[in-house]
Design a protein around this ligand. Sequence first.
Ligand SMILES: Cc1cc2nc3c(=O)[nH]c(=O)nc-3n(C[C@H](O)[C@H](O)[C@H](O)COP(=O)(O)O)c2cc1C
Length: 223
Amino acid sequence: MTEQHPVASLNAKPPVFDAAFQQKLAELIAWRRDVRRFKPDAVDPALIEHLLDLAQLSPSVGNSQPWRWVSVDSPAMRARIRDNFVRCNETAASAYHGKRAELYSQLKLEGIDVAPRQFALFCDRATPQGLGVGRQTMPEALDYSVVTMIETFWLAARALGLGVGWVSILDPETATADLDVPGDWKFIAYLCVGWPVEEHVDPELVRFNWQDRTSVGRGVLYR
Ligand SMILES: Cc1cc2nc3c(=O)[nH]c(=O)nc-3n(C[C@H](O)[C@H](O)[C@H](O)COP(=O)(O)O)c2cc1C
């Protein structure tokens, strides 16, 4: 049986991305948010399948496509991930003092209790796909490939009105053991996905006076 590739349903002619599309794309990038406040409403599984198809088109070192998805569905597994977060967040909070500690305690840094869909993302460090191209001196290029895929997923989800929240306040070894995945899979990210309660053009951490956006990364060194 021939595998149905999502590209097959797309126009074979190169599209024209006109000025209106370019403006919309800029708005999509500006309005993508890390979401932690979700409505409990279910997400049509067909939407998730569509997003997974689009994410499959992401760049990857050697075309290795090393991302591996684990849909975390059972209440018991979600409770384990949530406990993992709570433990790690307590440790993280203890690194701050005074007003910063007070501010930290007010931040909402995950949506695990409510997000209707949750995924752990792994990198298959042992994948033969790509035949090693591009990763002999930098094996971490495989991990970066998973991250580029996540950004594709994130933007595509936002275009559908879905929110994505990235949770990294987790002990990766505990999460990996709990999720019982193959030994060569490296934990990369935990994503909460669902319909956002609110929409904002500015990041939550800016709104809660934790960290403004700055121009630090905007500069370019020329050599
Ligand atoms: C690698 C990575 C890890 C992140 N981990 C967390 C996290 O554990 N908790 C959280 O609330 N946000 C997390 N975020 C989201 C950032 O806080 C967020 O991207 C940043 O504040 C800018 O906000 P915006 O994504 O809405 O533009 C993470 C983002 C990235 C890229």
